[in-house]
Design a protein around this ligand. Structure first.
Ligand SMILES: C[S@@+](CC[C@H](N)C(=O)[O-])C[C@H]1O[C@@H](n2cnc3c(N)ncnc32)[C@H](O)[C@@H]1O
Length: 220
């Protein structure tokens, strides 16, 4: 997959420092909300579902999940992004164990600044929401990325992935990079994870024209 390469830590850091974060949306992802509600959030005991958000930015989906009672963990290079997440949602924080943590008893959220590939693997998750994450990394790192997700996912756990199908002329441009069902399967196959298609949606974004969002379920 030569010819395509991702952004460096400095590139991502500069984007946050300069407030150039076009991927950030201020509403909860409707597929994520629908999926979690239908699969998990109807039973009382499911309230403590453990959710992980790789390359989390300051996604509002994390707040929504925490408000449903989920345990929320995330990994993000940029401490500024993490600080903005808590500040913009008026959540007091503390710092310990390398995490920035919600101080509100009702919101179990801990986000870890640093490289996702170095995120500790002692805690495994029932659910991982991959939005703007696998499509954001260097396409040459997809197998390494899949291995990390595999290591963080509990047996029986599920990943909901938002992949992106772009026009032929745009395929090499990114992030977000073009990411097909076959490419996701090829990255996850060696770890024995099952990838199935859930639904597709059409979208547009300034600078990226039209594209298709492809929602996949990955099961361990
Ligand atoms: C396209 S944004 C998506 C953010 C978020 N998932 C969302 O949907 O809003 C990708 C984020 O990943 C972060 N990032 C990129 N590579 C990373 C890595 N190796 N470890 C941790 N964070 C990373 C960037 O700083 C950026 O905030």
């Amino acid at each position: 997959m030569s010819g395509k390469s991702g952004l460096s830590v400095e590139d991502w850091s500069n984007a946050w420092e300069n407030d150039v974060t076009p991927w950030h949306v201020s509403t909860v992802n409707s597929v994520f909300e629908k999926y979690l509600k239908s699969k998990y959030l109807h039973a009382e005991e499911s309230k403590k579902l453990s959710c992980f958000f790789p390359l989390c930015g300051k996604s509002i989906d994390m707040l929504w999940a925490a408000k449903q009672g989920c345990l929320v963990r995330g990994s993000e290079f940029s401490q500024k992004a993490i600080d903005e997440f808590f500040f913009e949602n008026a959540i007091e924080t503390s710092h310990f164990g390398g995490f920035t943590n919600s101080e509100e008893d009702s919101l179990n959220i801990s986000l870890r600044p640093g490289d996702f590939y170095l995120y500790p693997e002692d805690e495994k998750f029932e659910f991982i929401f991959d939005r703007g994450s696998m499509v954001a990394i260097d396409p040459n790192d997809r197998e390494k990325y899949a291995e990390k997700i595999f290591n963080l996912l509990q047996d029986g756990g599920i990943v909901l992935l938002e992949a992106i199908l772009r026009d032929e002329s745009e395929i090499a441009n990114g992030p977000p990079f073009h990411l097909t069902l076959e490419q996701v399967k090829s990255a996850y196959d060696q770890f024995g994870l099952k990838v199935t298609e859930l639904e597709t949606r059409h979208a547009t974004q300034a600078g990226h024209g039209q594209f298709t969002l492809l929602y996949l379920q990955i099961s361990k």
